[in-house]
Design a protein around this ligand. Structure first.
Ligand code: NAP
Length: 277
């Protein structure tokens, strides 16, 4: 799915008068973030999206990061801005996210884009939940009336995922660390989405037979290998459809980042449109 989406984006990007531009801003030296940024930049190159990269020292001040974001906002060759999270602890992440021009906010985290999602208006939708929804819809197009359980309520994933499913007419249960009887709630889910960041927490007997299970978690086991929030070997015997980790939601997140960049480029005023104003 991710490869097909990336191919489609490459074709559409090539038809624009100039290549879409994505700026990636990385502050500090979190090793996982460096790997994610490298993968995103490679995916951009393959899709004909021009990448602009800014790697700042872990001691960079709030004002310096804000100035970098402002420069990206003002650069007409840049259509999308991605501020790689997490940020070093001394930085106010929310203030920096809100400094991004909402029209270039390809992570969909500014108040305007969150508001658009909640009110069902056009806007840039966060990449990971958007990718998860595309995967769910490959299994079942009409989600109306289905019970969806989302484990997690973060701003980055859980909340927008719940909202997207609500917009698709699901009945949504948003679970979190204070939820009681989680296994029982999960057993009633037609769609189960795990994004708690707890290795293999969701067991096979938490899953309703035939359910669509989306595993968002990325966890590192003690032996260094990756696993999700779902015990894959157990879940695969019960679920109707199940995403693996790695190789499931992750590639879709990157494909949706490119999709958002393309959409931001397509809706930003072209030079001739500016002249006509
Ligand atoms: P987060 O901000 O840490 O949020 C985790 C959420 O899970 C919180 O709402 C928390 O509840 C809930 N939770 C934690 N332990 C729980 C438990 N035992 N039972 C029920 N709920 C529990 O994490 P995030 O940013 O949403 O990411 C979640 C996972 O997805 C992480 O593993 C992350 O690496 C992965 N991720 C993957 C991608 C991708 O592209 N594949 C993208 C984003 C995130 P409280 O609110 O009560 O604390």
């Amino acid at each position: 799915m991710a490869a097909a989406l990336r191919r489609d984006i490459a074709t559409r990007a090539a038809s624009l008068p100039r290549p879409p531009g994505l700026a990636v801003l990385l502050v500090g030296d979190d090793p996982a973030s460096h790997v994610y940024v490298r993968n995103k930049i490679r995916a951009c190159q393959e899709a004909g999206i021009k990448s602009f990269e800014s790697r700042l020292d872990a001691r960079t001040t709030q004002a310096e990061v804000e100035a970098e974001i402002k420069a990206f906002n003002d650069n007409p060759a840049i259509d999308g801005i991605l501020l790689q999270l997490p940020l070093p602890g001394h930085l106010d992440a929310q203030r920096l996210i809100q400094a991004i021009d909402p029209g270039k906010d390809v992570d969909g985290l500014t108040l305007r884009n969150i508001g658009a999602l909640v009110s069902g208006m056009p806007g840039l939708v966060p990449c990971t939940p958007q990718g998860a929804l595309i995967l769910i819809k490959t299994v079942r197009e009409d989600l109306s009336g289905l019970h969806a359980v989302v484990i997690g309520r973060s701003l980055l994933f859980g909340k927008p995922m719940g909202q997207l499913l609500l917009n698709a007419d699901c009945t949504v249960t948003q679970a979190h660390s204070k939820t009681r009887n989680l296994p029982e709630i999960c057993r009633s889910a037609d769609i189960l989405i795990a994004a708690a960041g707890r290795p293999e927490m969701v067991r096979g007997d938490w899953i309703k037979p035939g359910a669509i299970v989306i595993d968002v978690g990325i966890n590192r086991r003690e032996n260094g290998t990756l696993c999700g929030d779902v015990a894959f070997d157990e879940a695969v015997l019960v679920a109707g459809a199940l995403t693996p980790v790695p190789g499931g939601v992750g590639p879709m997140t990157i494909a949706c980042l490119l999709k958002n960049t393309l959409e931001a480029a397509a809706s930003s005023p072209r030079p001739h449109e500016i002249l006509l104003k």
